[in-house]
Write a protein of this length. Structure first.
Length: 86
């Protein structure tokens, strides 16, 4: 299961496979597929990853409602991690 788009005007990539899922968000003009530890250390990307309950292959077969809940959770965490703007 994978998808991409924008959140708050920033590109994102969602991926669920094997036993985990992740949401990567980056700056405009950057590819969220390139988010790694170095990009995050430079402040050029953000990632949230969680283990999906069940078997070792269950994340890739999650239902769309589950995808939405995972994305909602990660987006809320992303927004909470950003400094408030006036």
């Amino acid at each position: 299961m994978q998808g991409d788009g924008e959140v708050d005007g920033l590109p994102f990539y969602f991926c669920a496979r094997w036993d985990s899922w992740e949401l990567d968000i980056t700056q405009p003009g950057c590819d969220p597929l390139d988010v790694d530890d170095a990009a995050m250390a430079r402040g050029e990307g953000w990632r949230h990853e969680e283990v999906w309950p069940g078997g070792p292959y269950d994340a890739g077969t999650m239902e769309l409602d589950d995808v939405q809940r995972c994305m909602d959770r990660a987006v809320a965490l992303f927004r909470a991690s950003r400094p408030a703007t006036l």
